[in-house]
Write a protein that binds this ligand. Structure first.
Ligand code: UD2
Length: 349
């Protein structure tokens, strides 16, 4: 009897051993196949095949974002794609254009876009508008508001469907610094008086620029800043913040997160209205105190963003230095500054 019991016990142990081994084997086979497929699909997606407009020496995964199915992460590990306050930083490879387009298509949005061209800067309008029609919020409703002292110099650029242009006349100004700074007050007024029922988002852009690649709904957010192309990979002590305490734009040496360009910013009407109003008020205080911030309204914008953190940051793909200059991180140039002879185009030095 004892012998019989022992035999049953050994059979039971053997059965357990074989059963567990078999289920382990089955589990291993299933997970290997699944994991292998995941790796393969990630690898295939990450393998650049498409060339896109605005491309530098790299190939891009535009439209086929590399996605690791295991973690859900999109595929950039060489650059930060989120800030310390959890705002996304938009780089090529961090979003899926098909998915994001389909979300905004259902929302019937209008993007107001402002640009100023006074004096000789009207020469930049043709390229700005033509390239915007090719790359900027294509397929979405865009209303350009163009401020100029010479409406007769505005080129006749053919606009696509649901694309509108309103020209607004301004008096000429003698100092380029005044032109640049006055934009804040003019935008504040435009948003308050005219845009409330006309648009959902606004972007305010420099005119001596050109679009080379997609700039679209991935850039939309409550408050959006663009990282300055000269400083995106520089340490804070290099940032050209205003360091004189007498100016309202003053930022102490140990403060500041990013250095933002004044050439492009945007967001919801409410947030951009608050931004432009605050910067205009701060600049007026500086004028009363006979001080002008080192980089004019750009210095005030940086001060504003220090205390009112942008909800989304755009990488320097959204304002590059010049199409001819490359950087390993910038895989696509979407929008760039154009080279200009300041002494020749500005009304003063
Ligand atoms: C930087 C900023 C710019 C602004 C300026 C303030 C970048 C790329 N740009 O550019 O946004 O903050 O510093 O110092 O960081 N304008 C005219 N007519 C003129 C002069 C200027 O229409 O005679 C307008 C035009 O829209 C131009 C903008 O003002 O794009 C800014 O002037 P800028 O481009 O000459 O200033 P810049 O290159 O120093």
């Amino acid at each position: 009897m004892t012998m019989r019991l022992r035999q049953i016990f050994y059979f039971f142990l053997l059965g357990m051993f074989v059963g567990l081994s078999l289920s382990g084997l089955i589990y291993w086979v299933i997970t290997s196949i699944w994991f292998g497929l995941t790796i393969t699909s990630w690898y295939e997606l990450d393998t650049p095949k498409l060339e896109a407009d605005g491309l530098l020496q790299h190939k891009t995964t535009q439209g086929r974002v590399a996605r690791n199915h295991l973690t859900g992460n999109l595929g950039r590990t060489d650059v930060a794609s989120v800030t310390q306050w959890l705002a996304p930083i938009v780089w090529e490879g961090t979003f899926d254009s098909t998915v994001i387009d389909s979300i905004y298509k259902q929302q019937n949005i209008t993007v107001a876009t402002t640009v100023f061209a006074l004096g000789k800067y009207t020469r930049f309008l043709k390229d700005f508008l033509e390239s915007a029609e090719e790359h900027y919020f294509v397929g979405f409703r865009v209303h350009y508001y163009l401020f100029t002292d010479q409406p007769e110099e505005v080129p006749n650029v053919k606009l696509g469907q649901e694309r509108y242009l309103t020209v607004k006349k301004l008096p000429s100004m003698n100092r380029w610094q005044d032109i640049s700074m006055s934009r804040m007050g003019i935008l504040e007024k435009l948003i308050k008086d005219e845009l409330a029922s006309e648009a959902d988002y606004i972007f305010c852009l420099d005119v001596d620029t050109k679009f080379h690649g997609r700039w679209s709904v991935e850039s939309l957010g409550r408050l959006v800043g663009v990282i300055h192309p000269w400083f995106f990979d520089a340490p804070r002590f290099i940032f050209t913040y205003e360091h004189r305490p007498e100016s309202q734009a003053y930022i102490p040496a140990e403060e500041g997160d990013y250095y933002f360009t004044g050439a492009a910013f945007g967001g919801s009407l409410k947030d951009v209205h608050h931004l432009t109003k605050t910067c205009r008020e701060q600049m007026n205080i500086d004028i009363a105190n006979s001080i002008e911030a080192i980089w004019h309204e750009e210095s005030h914008l940086n001060k504003y963003f220090l205390h009112n953190k942008p909800s989304k940051l755009l990488s320097p793909e959204y304002l590059w230095r010049d199409i001819s200059m490359s950087s390993g991180y910038v895989k696509i140039i979407r929008f760039s500054h154009v080279a200009k002879n300041n002494a020749e185009v500005r009304p003063n030095l």
